[in-house]
Design a protein around this ligand. Sequence first.
Ligand code: AR6
Length: 206
Amino acid sequence: MIPESVSSVGLKNTSHKMLKMSDELVINQTRITLIQGDITNQDTDAIVNAANPSLRGGGGVDGAIHRAGGRAILDECTRIVKNQGPLQTGKAVLTTGGNLKARYVIHTVGPVWHGGTQNEAELLTSAYQKSLRLATTHGLSSISFPSISTGAYGYPVQEAATVALRAVALFLKHEPTSLREIIFVLFDSRTYQHYRTALEQLSEMV
Ligand code: AR6
């Protein structure tokens, strides 16, 4: 279920400039792009990690980021959890990118899928928007996202793609940002296709 705040209604009647393209959408001065690939190879200012509250690393994209980025990321994550406790679902924190091409990693925790009964769409929206706010606070111009929650956390990809892209579109419509480039790096072709369909639907709505 999509919450009212990210429903299509929120994106209509806009005077902001939006351009429609196949796997990109420009909202105001920021381009959203979809690609298939491995996020650890991205050279955007930040890449986003689909972490868990312990910030100790794990499987999936989290494991790949810690392996490629090295010990400096884990050390900073450990300090953060020591100071402020486990990272709550829907929140985000920033660390160094260590050995990655990206200067920073933004760690966020998406919701575990419980059939849509536990505010999953709101929490997923929050994970994306808190990450975008943090990037803006640091004056970053580019960021890459994975498909948060759709691996180990079990969020159905079709629904997650719609929520993710609407969350980003609403952020760009309503909040000033230093970001000019937002790239979704989708690991497999099935996930990429679902995001493409969701982007096309979003483009028709705006
Ligand atoms: N680049 C881009 N996407 C990737 C990569 C990669 N290198 N590797 C995997 N994916 P998941 P979640 C995709 O499970 O569902 C971890 O153990 C993957 O195919 O990484 O939010 C954490 O520690 C899928 O499409 O994240 C947490 O405990 C997407 O990334 C838990 O998993 C997300 O899958 C978080 O689960």
